[in-house]
Design a protein around this ligand. Structure first.
Ligand SMILES: CC(C)(COP(=O)(O)OP(=O)(O)OC[C@H]1O[C@@H](n2cnc3c(N)ncnc32)[C@H](O)[C@@H]1OP(=O)(O)O)[C@@H](O)C(=O)NCCC(=O)NCCS
Length: 199
């Protein structure tokens, strides 16, 4: 079964306004603070996010060690998204291998609650897709989101994902409401990096 690209992986991905990089254990102190700041923001649509298991800086270090291990094993790629210049944290991108032989990955993301609505996560997702297709050799990238998560849907659509399916009423939220899930997909042959798209 072919593995994801065997070549060396870049340690930093740049865009016009952002850079993306894998986490280091030395990020634990601010990662803990970031997680606490984002709990309410992530509660509805990212209830499985690792920040919910972080209660102290040591917990954060454990999560970051896990990210590093997965990166080295090439099973998942967690990338912090930072502003060029200030190096402020703007969000997170997560690419998880779902089928190493294809290869296929799923894309997940969140924006820091202080950096929503600035286009940063669309810009980061587009760079993450170049990483997936060009550097990891992906054949397919999938994206799942709640059918009420309009900002997430808009990122998928701006990045060129196609809507492939709608799983109806598959989850119940803490407030008792029931929603469904949308499945998006983007194939290697369909992907057009932002720089080559028509305006
Ligand atoms: C999903 C989520 C990342 C979307 O965040 P977002 O801020 O809407 O996404 P972007 O950073 O790409 O910003 C896009 C918006 O910024 C606006 N924007 C403002 N200034 C901009 C600029 N200079 N350039 C580009 N876009 C700009 C865009 O118009 C767009 O708004 P629109 O969709 O109403 O047109 C965010 O809502 C989030 O973190 N939610 C919680 C976690 C979550 O749901 N994760 C996804 C699970 S599948």
């Amino acid at each position: 079964m072919p593995l994801l690209s065997l070549g060396a992986l870049p340690e930093r991905l740049d865009t016009e306004r952002l850079f993306l990089r894998p986490y280091r254990v030395g990020d634990a102190r601010w990662y803990f603070t970031m997680g606490q700041r984002n709990l309410a923001h992530l509660e509805r649509h990212e209830s499985g996010n690792t920040v919910f298991g972080i209660h102290c800086v040591d917990d954060a270090a454990g999560v970051l060690r896990g990210f590093t291990k997965h990166w080295q094993e090439r099973t998942a790629f967690a990338l912090g998204v930072f502003l060029q210049g200030s190096e402020e944290f703007a969000g997170q991108l997560y690419l998880e291998v779902t089928h190493a032989g294809l290869p296929a990955l799923n894309l997940g993301f969140f924006a820091d609650c202080t950096h929503v609505n600035r286009g940063y996560m669309t810009e980061a997702a587009q760079r993450g897709l170049v990483f997936a297709f060009a550097e990891l050799g992906a054949h397919r990238v999938g994206l799942w989101c709640d059918d009420t998560n309009v900002p997430s849907r808009r990122i998928a659509e701006r990045c060129g994902f196609r809507l492939e399916g709608h799983v109806r009423e598959d989850k119940r939220h803490a407030d008792g409401s029931i929603t469904g899930s949308l499945c998006y997909g983007l194939l290697r042959g369909e992907f057009e990096p932002e720089s080559s798209r028509q305006a």
